[in-house]
Design a protein around this ligand. Structure first.
Ligand code: NAP
Length: 260
């Protein structure tokens, strides 16, 4: 267990769907470090699941419904945070969505609605979250992370519109880092290797992707969700105070290997 004391700090983590979620791994690490948490969840069905998970945490988190496509819900999350926490030190963006039909078949056949939906939920949402989060980040600044995937830079079969969304997300991370740097707000991305989660299972051929990654990666294995959680804790904590506008690969070295 990696131990770091972040007691007295507040974080909001978007994207907990269940115990396998990357966001949940980050929540556990932050919680062990003493961070107070707000956990927005998508819809009441997920709410029950997140409420149950939240019982495992030592401090009761703020639980609030939030679909990032609904401006009034996004605004309400940050109003609750302002009322109950007063200020915010960390934000985690661990959400993505595309219609299943757009994650298989031909990229050229992506519908206008499907394209815009994927971009809105998976990339544009970071801007809306930061619009409301920035005023809550005090003179001490803050740290923000977004979860991305290598298909932003390389062509990955079936990833289609999500590759476009991740490229936009990574650009947003750099642009926000530049804009918010003078306020000491750091913005970074974690590019995770494949992890077996609800979202990942929606990508056509995901199992094959897992096998290929394990075979070709430098470490000759897939990463664990716990390893992404550790990287999240590092980037969110002052341990990484000199790092911003960066995309940190947590993929067992896969992205560096030339396929032959
Ligand atoms: P996950 O557990 O399914 O998390 C994705 C989250 O996004 C879910 O909580 C999902 O809620 C939420 N979401 C979808 N639409 C939303 C909306 N309109 N408003 C608010 N939340 C919404 O899967 P995950 O793998 O941990 O994904 C987290 C992040 O890691 C994503 O950005 C993903 O692209 C990235 N990532 C994953 C992998 C991987 O292999 N798993 C690799 C690299 C990067 P619902 O479940 O209700 O849709």
């Amino acid at each position: 267990m990696i131990s770091i004391d972040l007691a007295g700090q507040n974080a909001v983590v978007f994207g907990v769907a269940n115990k396998n979620s990357i966001a949940w791994s980050i929540v556990q690490k932050l919680s062990e470090a003493g961070v107070r948490l707000a956990l927005p969840y998508l819809g009441e069905k997920l709410g029950d699941r997140v409420r149950k998970l939240a019982q495992e945490l030592p401090q009761e988190p703020i639980l609030v419904e939030c679909d990032v496509t609904k401006e009034e819900q996004v605004e309400a999350v940050f109003e609750r945070i302002a009322q109950e926490m007063g200020s915010l030190d960390m934000l985690v963006h661990s959400i993505a969505f595309a219609n299943r039909s757009d994650l298989e078949g031909h990229f050229k056949d992506t519908s206008r609605d499907g394209y815009l939906l994927a971009m809105e939920i998976s990339a544009f949402s970071l801007l809306r979250l930061m619009h409301y989060a920035e005023p809550l980040m005090s003179e001490n600044g803050g740290s923000v992370i977004a979860l991305t995937y290598m298909a932003s830079q390389r062509t990955v079969g079936n990833y289609n519109v999500m590759g476009s969304a991740k490229a936009a997300l990574e650009h947003a991370v750099r642009q926000l880092a530049f804009e918010l740097g003078p306020k000491n707000i750091r913005v970074n991305a974690i590019s995770a290797g494949p992890v077996n989660t609800l979202s990942a299972r929606g990508i056509g051929g995901f199992k094959t992707m897992l096998e290929a990654n394990a075979e070709r990666a430098c470490l000759k294995r897939n990463i664990t969700v716990d390893e992404v959680g550790n990287a999240g804790l590092f980037l969110l904590s002052p341990m990484s105070s000199g790092i911003t506008a960066e995309t940190l690969y947590v993929d067992a070295g896969f992205n560096t290997v030339q396929l032959s």
